[in-house]
Design a protein around this ligand. Structure first.
Ligand SMILES: [Fe+2]
Length: 292
């Protein structure tokens, strides 16, 4: 749009002000009769006026300004198209990611129904701990997805062992202990899941180095795996197993205190004990939502 600054009954800047209320993108060039009559620079900036030009007998300057305006409009149109395409691709990618997650979940659940409620709770407890540790939303997302699939490797463990009711032989126990490595292998081909592999691979490590499969200790164990380990063990203790009932809360609490520093990172155990003592309603809400 090309418009004069000095006009009656209202000046050009007022016209632009009205236009900007409903159209922020319109390309506007303002013409002034004389330099001294030009609107102040801050008005031009505030109203997003793309250019102004003094009227003269020669039209060269105005012509150049209009040509550059046409180029800018064309470039803005192209950028707009590219942005639209990018948004579409991002949405499609996000959709494919969520579909992949859902497919993986169905695969795991088909194998072991117990896993479903357990994985949902480990995921939610991990996020809860992360929240009280002040982690970022991106980190909480990794904890959420990592919790959902921490035991994905169990699909590679024979049912005869996984579902066995009696006690396990040493060989059978070794087979079960393979699940973190199997899980890591399953996810290793998808870059989408690379940030949850540390959780899948290391959630059975212990703070004193007596866990598996890496036998790594302390802060060598990835933070998210140390968090998932607390969430995983807490859920195992608070749910009924074939060989025992769910443990009472005071026993669970004592056990967490006892293994703090050996099995659990003491800092994370402290955060979790604080949640148990002061935010127990949030634990209950998770248990009710994902009861198996
Ligand atoms: Fe596990």
């Amino acid at each position: 749009m090309l418009l004069d600054f000095i006009m009656t009954p209202i000046h050009g800047d007022k016209v632009v002000e009205e236009i900007r209320k409903f159209n922020k993108d319109l390309y506007i060039l303002l013409l002034t009769g004389h330099k001294d009559l030009a609107p102040p620079l801050e008005t031009i900036r505030k109203l997003s006026i793309q250019g102004y030009c003094e009227k003269s007998d020669k039209f060269d300057q105005l012509l150049l300004l209009i040509e550059s305006a046409i180029k800018s409009i064309e470039q803005m149109r192209i950028i707009g198209e590219i942005n639209k395409e990018l948004t579409k691709s991002r949405e499609e990618l996000e959709k494919a990611y969520l579909e992949t997650i859902q497919t993986l979940r169905y695969t795991v659940e088909a194998k072991d129904k117990y896993t479903r409620g357990h994985s949902d709770r480990v995921s939610a407890f991990s996020v809860l701990i992360g929240k009280y540790m002040g982690l970022s939303p991106e980190d909480l997302k990794i904890l959420e997805i990592g919790g959902l699939f921490h035991d994905i490797g169990k699909i590679g463990v024979p049912d005869s062992i996984l579902l066995k009711e009696g006690s396990l032989t040493d060989d059978e126990y070794s087979e079960i202990k393979n699940h973190p490595s199997i899980g890591k292998h399953i996810l290793s081909n998808a870059t989408t899941f690379e940030n949850i592999i540390p959780i899948v691979y290391h959630h059975h490590e212990k703070f004193d180095g007596n866990g598996y499969p890496g036998k790594i200790a302390g802060k060598e164990i990835p933070l998210f795996a140390r968090i998932a380990a607390v969430a995983d063990t807490f859920d195992a203790m608070t749910t009924k197993r074939s060989y025992r009932n769910a443990l009472p809360l005071d026993v669970v609490r004592e056990e967490i205190v006892r293994v703090s520093g050996t099995q659990f990172d003491p800092e994370i155990a402290t955060v979790f004990l604080d949640i148990l003592d002061n935010h127990y309603d949030e634990i209950l809400a998770i248990q009710e939502k994902y009861s198996s």
